[in-house]
Design a protein around this ligand. Structure first.
Ligand code: GDP
Ligand code: MN
Length: 376
């Protein structure tokens, strides 16, 4: 789960990390009042779940009140097109006192799955071009894998700051480590973490992602969820306990089991097409659940066809067939539906579909499925 910068900064504050003074603004009519409470110059920042807002025109400095109001009016409500998240409508802006930057650092903690530990990454070349730094001068980025105790001092010493600043950065690193562990975050990132001329260290930006599988023990974090930022199909699927992820292709897939779902996406690719989604209906899905899944699946306007690939173990093929039949009757879909069923009550399932009076292409095996999908 992702949260906004302003929410991440609140968490930073709780962990003792300095942030600039700022006020959130959600309505045009509040802009003037908010600006009058923030010192000038100030920065107006689009609050959307995306990085690279600066380059997309979503972060701008203002040097007087009039300019601040103009920029705030421009950014609030705009459609921000970033390289990281496509087009996002800006429903909230953060108006923040501007900080005089002496140096911009990059600092993050994230999962390193290959090494099965948390990695700490730091660079003295932070800011909007960190991706270029990573590509062109990777030696400027230091990483430590935290296998045991977190001891960032050695690496922070390499950045060449004096002792006072080094100790401050070290404290921030330790606070972030505490945060990622205590809140079950999968990423905490500050870019830029700035050093001012007065040797203050301030987090100008804040990004935190959370591990969805641990959200059940963090009600405070779940409450930060902004549903307007979520994919509407995915939100609807969550209501019914379906594992659904929207993708860009044109072949909708309904599958039980994550492994089979992945294999199915590979099969679609082999047939020269792309999957429109990942959907795992789970082991014990009822026919009602199947009906919901199917409804969500086909509300995607890009679909050319649906491929149902089910291994009937705990989920019986006749249950599946009932659910799909009901869904199709209610929804009146007119794109091809290809079904491959194997396992418990396969014959009963096939009979339900064949006698339904609706149009299905029931295939015998995966090779046949590929051939049918190729023709679409
Ligand atoms: P991002 O592009 O989505 O990562 O948004 P950031 O919050 O990192 O802002 C982009 C850039 O704007 C930063 O890298 C800074 O260079 C600049 N910026 C943000 N806040 C301030 C500020 O208070 N003062 C100054 N001078 N620049 C700022
Ligand atoms: Mn940033």
């Amino acid at each position: 789960m992702k949260i906004h910068e302003y929410q991440a900064k609140e968490l930073f504050k709780q962990y003792g990390i300095n942030i600039p003074k700022s006020i959130l603004c959600e309505k045009r009519e509040d802009i003037e009042k908010v600006i009058s409470e923030i010192s000038i110059p100030c920065v107006i920042k689009a609050q959307v779940h995306s990085g690279a807002r600066g380059k997309a025109g979503g972060v701008k400095l203002a040097y007087n009140y009039e300019q601040a109001a103009d920029i705030a009016n421009l950014i609030l409500g705009m459609e921000l097109k970033s390289s990281q998240a496509g087009i996002k409508k800006v429903n909230k802006i953060l108006i923040e006192e501007a900080i005089e930057i002496d140096k911009e650092l990059y600092l993050s903690l994230t999962f390193d799955r290959a090494n099965e530990c948390i990695a700490f990454i730091i660079s003295s070349q932070g800011g909007m071009d960190i991706e270029e730094v990573a590509k062109n001068s990777p030696d400027k980025i230091y990483t430590i894998l935290i296998k045991d105790k977190f001891e960032p001092l050695d690496i922070i010493n390499k950045l060449g700051f004096d002792e006072e600043i080094t100790v401050k950065i070290c404290n921030i690193a330790n606070s972030l480590y505490k945060l990622i562990r205590e809140k079950d975050a999968s990423l905490v990132e500050i870019n830029p973490l700035v050093v001012t001329k007065k040797a203050d260290i301030i987090a100008l930006d804040a990004k935190i992602n959370f591990d969805d599988n641990a959200l059940f023990r963090h009600e405070d974090i779940v409450n930060l969820k902004d549903e307007t930022e979520e994919n509407p199909y995915e939100l609807e699927a969550q209501k019914y306990g379906l594992n659904y992820i929207k993708l860009d292709g044109t072949i909708g897939c309904m599958v039980n089991g994550a492994g089979l779902a992945m294999a199915t996406m590979d099969i679609i690719k082999l047939a020269g097409k792309n999957a429109a989604n990942f959907l795992d209906v789970g082991g014990g899905a009822s026919s009602e659940k199947i009906e919901h899944a199917f409804r969500i699946l086909i509300s995607d306007k890009n679909l050319e066809a649906v491929f149902i690939n089910i291994f009937g173990g705990i989920l019986r093929c006749d249950f599946l067939a009932e659910g799909v039949k009901k869904a199709i009757q209610n929804l009146k879909i007119n794109i091809p539906v290809i079904v491959r069923m194997e396992g418990t009550n396969k014959a009963e399932g096939a009979k339900i579909l064949e006698t339904s009076g609706l149009k299905f292409t029931v295939v015998k095996n995966l090779n046949e499925a590929i051939e049918v999908i190729k023709q679409i």
